[in-house]
Design a protein around this ligand. Structure first.
Ligand SMILES: Nc1ncnc2c1ncn2[C@@H]1O[C@H](COP(=O)(O)OP(=O)(O)OP(=O)(O)O)[C@@H](O)[C@H]1O
Length: 233
């Protein structure tokens, strides 16, 4: 495996939330390869979402490097970091973060607004949104329905469509199945994995549910790659 195959590399990362007795996270080394699917397990409050925020460039490490597709996120100014995230990373948030009054189509197209390269990769973006909806089992009529009127399972599919459009190299998912019953959870993961495989996309998912592990190339516990603590301010 060469360096260019590594979609994500963290080295000697140190991060601490501001404030008194704040939570700190240190990651000596963690990497995800191209096309690899990785499940990162950890209990509630262990720092999984904090790690994903570092990987997405929502927060920046105090020391060390977070490289996504070869770019050190700390080398980018905040606006450039947001654009870089939109270009390179498909994000599925715990609460999906859909715009409730915007249509399903507009929610799926949203990341392309800030990412010309990704927009170009999507080709005819409207047609691509429709194709993704069909692949995700969402009826075509739903494309023009406000996302807030959909069921939780349907909203999750829209969130996957939004993460997949324009084929980002990395998808980061924060407990995306936690609100779903077992049957819906399986269907959702089938779809997500099929689409990632199709596009050669790497997937990094965090969860506290170790039963999901069998599907992934690699399953790690956060405590195996990171040390965490609370430091006095
Ligand atoms: N915005 C913030 N400001 C200050 N501290 C924060 C912030 N977000 C998280 N933390 C702290 O970081 C710790 C880890 O939280 P984090 O959300 O990363 O854990 P998690 O493993 O994702 O939890 P869960 O599974 O419940 O989502 C928490 O105990 C919290 O105190």
């Amino acid at each position: 495996m060469t360096g260019t195959d590594r979609i994500l590399v963290l080295e000697d990362v140190r991060f601490r939330w501001p404030g008194r007795a704040s939570f700190s996270l240190n990651v000596p080394r963690f990497a995800v390869n191209g096309g690899e699917t990785v499940l990162l397990l950890g209990e509630s409050g262990s720092g999984k979402s904090t790690l994903l925020s570092l990987i997405c460039g929502i927060v920046v490490a105090e020391a060390g490097s977070v490289r996504v597709c070869g770019t050190d996120l700390a080398s980018l100014a905040p606006g450039a970091r947001d654009r870089f995230r939109a270009e390179q990373i498909g994000v599925i948030f715990q609460q999906f973060n859909l715009l409730p009054y915007a249509t399903v189509r507009d929610n799926i197209l949203l990341p392309l607004r800030f990412a010309p390269g990704r927009r170009a990769r999507a080709g005819d973006a409207g047609a691509e949104a429709a194709r993704l909806c069909a692949a995700l089992g969402l009826a075509a009529e739903l494309l023009t329905v406000p996302a807030g009127r959909l069921s939780v399972g349907q909203q999750q599919r829209v969130a996957v469509g939004r993460a997949l459009i324009g084929r980002p190299l990395l998808i980061v998912a924060d407990e995306p199945t936690s609100a779903l019953d077992a049957g819906t959870q399986n269907a959702f993961l089938d779809l997500l994995f099929a689409r990632c495989r199709e596009g050669g996309t790497s997937l990094l998912m965090v969860s506290h549910d170790e039963r999901l592990g069998a599907r992934f190339d690699r399953v790690l516990d956060l405590s195996g790659i990171a040390t965490t603590g609370r430091m006095a301010a």
